[in-house]
Design a protein around this ligand. Structure first.
Ligand SMILES: Cc1cc2nc3c(=O)[nH]c(=O)nc-3n(C[C@H](O)[C@H](O)[C@H](O)COP(=O)(O)OP(=O)(O)OC[C@H]3O[C@@H](n4cnc5c(N)ncnc54)[C@H](O)[C@@H]3O)c2cc1C
Ligand SMILES: Cc1cc2nc3c(=O)[nH]c(=O)nc-3n(C[C@H](O)[C@H](O)[C@H](O)COP(=O)(O)O)c2cc1C
Length: 587
């Protein structure tokens, strides 16, 4: 036998993926590494995300299905799986997109964590299962027990809609509700922890000895990244540069931050979480309207509480406090159908000024919900900018109700933070928005407005990888002269051939409004040819109008140029989505 060691095979993953794996396992002891190897084997065979015992894909295990767009649901599902494993209960957290609905008939207990996006819509990864369970082909599931954790935001009209749908559909399929539907607002931690305890109790009693026989393989929640939303990294501000021109109706900033010394890594497609304080120009009028100027209240208003966007909990609490009862009447007249628009067109300060009331400082934490981090798509590729991270931030700053208004995080980034006052950040990975592993694949990117951000990262990374895949970008905004974000970079890429195609739509430069979806339609024939050759199609930016309009046009293109019926076009797109070739990062 040859005594010399075989040279290591070239790893079948990109160097940055390998670096990420190495950084994720750094510091684990032998037992933990062994568990990780089983975990990875489980992933390879079952598509699961966390397993107590990779061989135990049996009905007697707890299956945790998650549908998550911005990572909260995934984190909750993974924590539940790890906690179950630490109790010796076989459990598997699986992204709904990787789960075959046929398996449901064989399951005994499914815990489902799902958020709501768009206007009451399922996250992309939950679309298929949601459609199946809500449709005519819903399977009978009388052997199944389940419980749903719904994630949402009570400032939206259709609060927790997708979770409510799943709960209803599963019950209609004959499944037994083992624990009631739990609905979480953006401060989801407490409700999620209570739900987790209930689910584990139910799972232990329902799955009984079979499941509990598994060796407790994991004693603790797996070590996550060192910096997270609870303990963010203080990143130094390197650059804050307006990238909209003088006279623009918008103020968009290119922000560069240093990650030096943090060990934080990211991939193109990830988002950066910003854990900001409320700036003083937002705190000041709110504290004045509340008549609360003591140090404790000011600290809470600055660092702990959401004092810009309006949500149901705040409105209900404020309506109870308001002496005249006018707010309660106004809300009743508005009705639940109009409430979403009512909330969106006001900030907290508008409600405080229009419906004055007295607030006991001890009630601050009850009336206002906790301040939550904001996410920003990362606009740089680490292989190019190394220990930096770049963002493209639209500064929310407008006049309404006879007063100036600002967004908490964006105005703090645009006007407030300085080198002396770093930005607290963490990386929110987004594996649902990734470049093709193969750099020779073509990609099509649709990113109007700040939707351009991840595509700056994509194109930097593609240039660095120097594959033969062609890059096609669709960008749009209001005016060419002032709003062509990163114009010189795109034109340079175009000259260098890094961008093979660049189509732009400036809506206000002519009498008729032109948007990216119109440009897509004009290029329908070539676009369909690219898709047929295996191109990946990406959309980033506005979730309310742009993303649905782009999808409608994409369906039209497929129908027309593929000579398909409307139903086949829908199937074609579903196939692209399933193959990871139609990915969206919309907000
Ligand atoms: C996955 C993801 C990626 C994202 N990527 C980016 C990105 O790359 N770049 C980016 O800029 N943003 C991005 N966002 C949005 C970002 O997270 C914030 O929501 C945004 O910056 C606003 O936050 P804020 O704290 O400044 O405003 P908030 O303090 O949250 O206040 C906004 C409030 O103002 C109201 N409001 C806002 N604009 C107006 C207006 N014109 N007229 C009337 N009322 C208004 C709203 O209804 C709301 O009440 C992303 C979001 C997600 C989920
Ligand atoms: C663009 C966007 C749209 C949203 N729409 C809704 C909605 O219609 N109803 C709701 O209850 N929550 C809505 N939310 C809030 C999310 O459901 C909430 O932030 C949740 O915690 C996200 O969980 P996830 O990270 O697992 O996707 C929306 C969030 C975003 C970013």
């Amino acid at each position: 036998m040859n005594e010399t060691a075989e040279p290591l095979a070239v790893p079948p993953v990109a160097p940055e993926t390998l670096a990420r794996i190495e950084s994720a396992v750094a510091g684990l002891d032998a037992a933990q590494l062994q568990w990780v190897s089983g975990y990875l084997a489980g992933l390879a065979t079952g598509g699961g995300q966390a397993v107590a015992n990779p061989k135990s894909e049996s009905a007697a295990s707890l299956t945790i299905l998650y549908g998550s767009q911005t990572g909260n649901g995934r984190r909750i599902a993974e924590t539940l799986a790890a906690e179950a494993a630490s109790r010796g209960l076989a459990a598997q957290a699986i992204n709904m997109a990787d789960y075959s609905a046929k398996r449901l008939k064989r399951e005994r207990f499914v815990a489902l964590v799902v958020s709501t996006h768009g206007e009451g819509d399922p996250p992309d990864d939950a679309l298929e299962l949601h459609g199946l369970l809500g449709g005519r082909r819903r399977p009978g599931l009388s052997e199944l027990s389940f419980s749903v954790l719904a994630l949402g935001d009570s400032s939206y009209e259709l609060f927790c809609q997708t979770g409510r749908d799943f709960d209803r559909h599963l019950a209609a399929a004959g499944a037994c509700r083992a624990a009631p539907l739990a609905e979480c607002d953006v401060d989801y931690e407490k409700t999620a922890a209570l739900w987790q305890d209930t689910v584990l109790e139910q799972a232990e009693s329902l799955l009984g000895a079979d499941a509990a026989r598994q060796t407790p393989a994991l004693r603790a929640v797996p070590t996550g990244p060192r910096w997270d939303r609870k303990s963010p990294f203080a990143a130094e501000l390197l650059l804050n540069q307006p990238i909209t021109g003088r006279g623009s109706t918008k103020d968009v900033r290119h922000i560069e931050l240093s990650l030096e010394g943090s060990g934080l890594t990211y991939l193109p497609g990830d988002a950066l979480g910003v854990v900001n304080p409320n700036p003083e120009w937002i705190v000041e009028p709110v504290s004045e309207a509340l008549g609360l100027r003591d140090g404790r209240s000011l600290r809470a208003l600055t660092g702990e509480l959401e004092i810009t966007s309006v949500n149901r909990r705040f409105l209900e609490a404020w309506a109870d406090l308001e002496p005249g009862g006018r707010l309660a009447r106004e809300l009743e007249e508005t009705g639940s159908a109009g409430l979403g628009a009512w909330m969106r067109s006001r900030q907290v300060i508008d409600v405080l000024r229009a419906y004055p009331a007295e607030l006991d400082p001890d009630l601050l934490l009850t009336v206002f919900r906790p301040l939550t981090p904001r996410l920003y798509s990362i606009a740089s590729a680490p292989e190019v900018v190394e220990e930096e991270v770049h963002l493209t931030v639209a500064h929310v700053n407008y006049r309404a109700h006879d007063a100036d208004h600002w967004g908490a995080a964006s105005s703090w980034l645009a006007l407030g933070c300085s080198e002396a006052d770093p930005v607290s950040v963490y990386v929110e990975p987004n594996d649902r928005f990734r470049l093709p592993e193969d750099p020779d694949r073509n990609i099509i990117m649709v990113g109007p407005g700040t939707g351009i951000a991840p595509f700056r990262a994509f194109v930097q990374s593609r240039q660095d990888a120097a594959g033969s895949g062609r890059n096609w970008l669709f960008f749009g905004d209001r005016n060419f002269a002032t709003d062509f974000l990163y114009q010189s970079e795109w034109l340079r890429y175009r000259r260098q051939g890094v961008l093979y195609e660049l189509d732009v739509a400036f809506s206000r430069d002519q009498a008729e409004k032109v948007y990216v979806q119109h440009r897509l339609a004009e290029r329908g024939r070539e676009l369909y040819a690219w898709l047929q050759e295996g191109a990946h199609f990406y959309v980033c930016g506005d979730a309310t109008r742009m993303a649905p309009d782009v999808e409608t046009v994409l369906l039209d293109i497929v129908r027309e140029h593929g000579a398909m019926t409307a139903d086949s076009a829908v199937e074609y797109l579903a196939g692209l989505r399933k193959a990871g070739r139609y990915q969206r990062d919309v907000y």
